[in-house]
Structures are given as C-alpha cells and as structure tokens.
Design a protein around this ligand. Structure first.
Ligand SMILES: Cc1cc2nc3c(=O)[nH]c(=O)nc-3n(C[C@H](O)[C@H](O)[C@H](O)COP(=O)(O)OP(=O)(O)OC[C@H]3O[C@@H](n4cnc5c(N)ncnc54)[C@H](O)[C@@H]3O)c2cc1C
Ligand code: FES
Length: 244
C-alpha cells in the first residue's frame, strides 16, 4: 500500500452520472486487477474506495458513479487537481487457475475492474467471454472497450432496451471454465447459484480505513471473519457464506 498524491489528467462523464477519471503519479503499488484505490476527497474524513479499471504504470483509469456527496465532489475535480490516494489496496483476482475460457460477469458500477482483468487474461493466452449487465441502454459503458480487446461480449439490460432482456444470468454461454464477477449483491448471488464452476467474487462493503486496521468491513465467511478491504475484496466461491 502507498499513500500518495495523484494528478487528475481527465475527468469526464461517459454515461449519465458515470465518470471516467484518468490519473498519473506513483502507481507502483497497483499490481493486480481487482485491487482498488481509496481517494481522499476534499472536505470528507473517510476516503472513497474505487476499483482500478485499468493501470499501465503510467496512467490509472477509474470509472465511478456519482451516488452521494463524495463522488459528486470527485466529479467536479478538473484536470490538474491533486488527490490524495491510497493505492494497491485489496487482494485482486487470481488468474493462475482460470482455465482457457473464463467468464467475466459485471453489473453496473461493478463492470470497471473486469476490464484490466480481461486484458490480463487475454495476454495469458486465454479466451474470456464477458457479460455486462445494466438497467437500461443509456447506462452502458465500457462495452466498446471490451470489444476492442477482441473478446466475446454479451450485453443484458433489465428493461430490454439493449442486448438480452433480463439479468446477466440470462446470457450465460456454454463451456466456460470459471467465473470472475463484480456487481451488486443480488447479482453475485445469482452468479453463485447459476454457475457451478470455480468462481471469484468481488464484494463491496462500507469501509473505514480501507487497509485492514479498523475491522469496519469484516464479513463472516466459511473460513471465519475476513476484512473485505484487506483479505478481499475478492472472495473464492468456497469461502462465501451468504447472510440472509
Ligand atoms: C472495494 C470497492 C470498490 C468500489 N469500486 C467502485 C467503482 O469502481 N465504481 C463505483 O462507482 N463505485 C465503486 N465502489 C462504491 C463506492 O465506493 C461508493 O459509491 C462511494 O464510496 C460513495 O461515496 P459518496 O460519498 O458519493 O456516497 P455517500 O453515500 O455519501 O457515502 C457515505 C459513506 O458511505 C460509503 N459508501 C457509500 N456507498 C458505498 C459502497 N457502495 N461501498 C462502499 N462504501 C460506500 C462512502 O465511502 C462514504 O464513506 C466501490 C466500493 C468498494 C468497497
Ligand atoms: S475498512 Fe478498516 S479494516 Fe477494512
């Protein structure tokens, strides 16, 4: 983990209330897809955790939805602004046992971390299939970016305005070797119930410190209590304990 100052290079709205921010600075601790950073938003005590969408060592790309005051302040920060950031947080996705045809499933604000993961899997010679789920067509983002990687992309919208009408589990392909997912809890549960193959699931929890010190993000798993910020956010299928 590194506590560093990053420079915002660009910050633009790519879908209604969805912003793409590119930053530069010391990105050396960002090493694995599925990790997140924690932004120190001016005027707010608690940092805001946002997944790494892509990182090449020079530029960090994140995509975030404006849902409250912190993300609204972020959306108003222009190029040249400096933002305090904890980098290299979380365990990230492990790609070593993915098999040849991993299935990547993202819903809404859970789509971004799958992009860098998809690039990594392709660089490793695998043939990922991607399912992107949104509520409606105007919310769609990153679809062309995934397509430009040359992988199969399936799209679902809850209202049927684009792609398959329904949920991500209505667009499952044949013959996938494992799943990597990130999205709202009901989506993760549906993927867990529908896909009986090895799986890695990225969870969101409200966070305090973001690096394992406060225990504020602790969840119960099959292997005892885990901190989503430090032991996660990615949990393996076999360790998940769904709470009712
Ligand atoms: C590991 C991780 C990765 C994330 N990646 C992304 C991403 O790539 N893109 C994206 O749009 N969103 C992502 N989120 C959700 C994002 O952190 C929240 O939407 C954001 O913190 C909301 O802040 P706010 O001040 O605008 O909202 P407010 O509701 O005003 O925030 C109040 C407090 O609650 C916390 N909070 C609110 N919603 C969430 C949430 N869903 N998860 C965790 N804490 C929350 C805030 O951090 C803040 O401390 C991620 C969350 C986690 C835990
Ligand atoms: S947020 Fe403090 S331990 Fe996870």
């Amino acid at each position: 983990m590194k506590d560093t100052l990053l420079i915002i290079r660009s910050n633009r709205e790519i879908a209604p209330l969805t912003f793409e921010m590119r930053l530069s600075g010391d990105l050396s601790d960002i090493t694995v897809p599925g990790q997140f950073v924690n932004f120190s938003v001016p005027g707010k005590t608690l940092r805001r955790p946002i997944s790494v969408c892509d990182c090449d060592g020079e530029t960090l790309r994140v995509i975030y939805k404006v849902v409250g005051e912190g993300t609204k302040i972020m959306s108003d920060m222009g190029p040249g602004s400096i933002i305090g950031t904890l980098t290299g947080l979380g365990n990230g996705y492990d790609t070593s046992d993915s098999g040849t045809r991993p299935l990547l499933i993202g819903g809404g604000a859970g789509v971004p971390p799958l992009f860098w993961l998809c690039k990594k899997l392709i660089a490793e010679g695998k043939e990922p299939v991607v399912i992107l789920g949104f509520n409606t067509s105007e919310e769609i983002f990153l679809k062309e970016d995934f397509e430009s990687l040359g992988c199969e992309v399936r799209l679902t919208t809850a209202d049927g305005s684009s792609g398959v009408k329904g949920f991500v589990t209505d667009a499952l392909p044949e013959g996938y070797t494992c799943t990597y997912s990130c999205g709202p809890l009901p989506m993760l549960k549906a993927v867990y119930d529908s896909c009986d193959v090895p799986g890695q699931f990225s969870f969101e929890e409200r966070m305090g410190c973001g690096f394992g010190a406060c225990m504020g993000c602790t969840v119960k798993t099959q292997n005892g209590y885990k901190r989503i910020c430090k032991d996660g956010p990615v949990l393996y299928r076999e360790e998940i304990l769904w709470q009712n």
